[in-house]
Design a protein around this ligand. Sequence first.
Ligand code: GYP
Length: 193
Amino acid sequence: MEGEKKVGVLARKTITVGPWGGNGGTTWDDGSYNGVRSITIVYDRCIDSVRVEYDKNGKSVLAEKHGGSGGSQTANIRLQYPEEFITSISGHYCPVVHGGSAVIRSLTIKSNRRTFGPFGVEEGTPFSFPMEGGLIVGFKGRSGWYLDALSFRVSRVQTSTLLERMQLKLQKLTQKYTQQPPHAMTNNNRAHA
Ligand code: GYP
């Protein structure tokens, strides 16, 4: 069940990567979608909160904000969906306060077109997840006052999938409107005979 997702007529398998970060806070899970449209990151000395806007069959779905209400800076990452997609997520994690559990301190998000960030403070343990042929379809993690940990679901795609899909759709449409089943032809012929 988990990891099986239907997108149109295709059954897509997803894998979860991560988590990176600490064990504090409570878990959250956005679920899985077709892709990511935008991410809002609020930060300061660490990542205070994240909120992701996904695409579900052409419609925008705004997930909940995860984390606290602090943070003095906001990054609005708006991707040119679907042409622009995330190709790598990296960052750092460690405690903000002495003796506290680790939280996400910084995040850098790269797309096939741009680099966003680093946001926050690049301190602690670095992590990096570059994906080739993978598409982020959902985030999950832990949060409290801050973003404690982050993981995400990735689905496998071919780089030309979008174009190929459009070509396939067009092909099917063309077939539908130009090809008549053999019995229809016979009936037609009969009618005109
Ligand atoms: C709160 C929660 C912790 C969590 C931190 C950071 C300040 O503490 O109680 O469990 O680790 O926020 O999100």
